[in-house]
Design a binder for this molecule. Sequence first.
Ligand code: ADP
Length: 257
Amino acid sequence: ALDIGHDLGRAILNARAFEREHQLVEELQALDSYKSELIATVSHELKNPLTAIIGHLEMLEASPDLNGTTRSSLAAMDRGARRLARVIDDLLLLSKVGDPTNTIIPAPVDLHRVLDDVVDLSSVAADRKHLTVRIEAPDAPVLALGDADELDRVCANLVSNAVKYTPEGRSVTVSLAHVGDQVVLECSDEGIGISTADQEQLFTEFYRSTNPEAIAQPGTGLGLAIVSRIVGRHHGRIEVESALGKGSTFRIYLPAA
Ligand code: ADP
């Protein structure tokens, strides 16, 4: 009888501990969704007046009778306002892709076509630095299962980082392949590289490397956080291999359609 009483007591204690843990998880989930909602609301509230400011700045800059000082002040305000708009857009997207209640409706997405468009759009920035951006992919479509806009964003962020962090005259290669029931996308550059310490924090919101060559480039530190959340909600995986001064490779595995 003593043994039974002892076992029963332990079972009750275990059940209570389990209930407390469950409650804690629910509280954390509620806090997390409150945080996402707060970011989304604040971002919306900031975006509307900012759009008006950018519109008025454009109108003023178009005026023919401005002196040099006024013109350069307006240009500085315009740059600042656009940077702010980019941060707000990234924050809105980050909260959208981080919200577990906002699920994706998976459909086949041809990553080959997505990459063609992304590389095309990056050509202005690449040409300015005399960079070659190559795509290595099979002739046929390479179909991943996911959300077209989100996968487009993943490719755009990786390619634009590769272009941004690669010095003049070098090359960037984006490749696509089928491996088993997965699609593998690899973006390799001959850029400044990422230290091992930085590699551990790359996917944290607002993290920017301490490398002076990286800091010299404009950025919000939100791009890779967005990429990793999108890959995560597609049940995919992301890897990075990099050596300082040599270059970086970002590799993404996604379910094939
Ligand atoms: P951002 O580029 O806006 O700073 P990201 O989240 O896209 O933000 O990247 C985080 C940091 O990772 C960058 O600040 C940069 O230091 C580093 N990084 C990302 N991609 C590369 C790359 N291809 N080569 C070297 N460094 C990179």
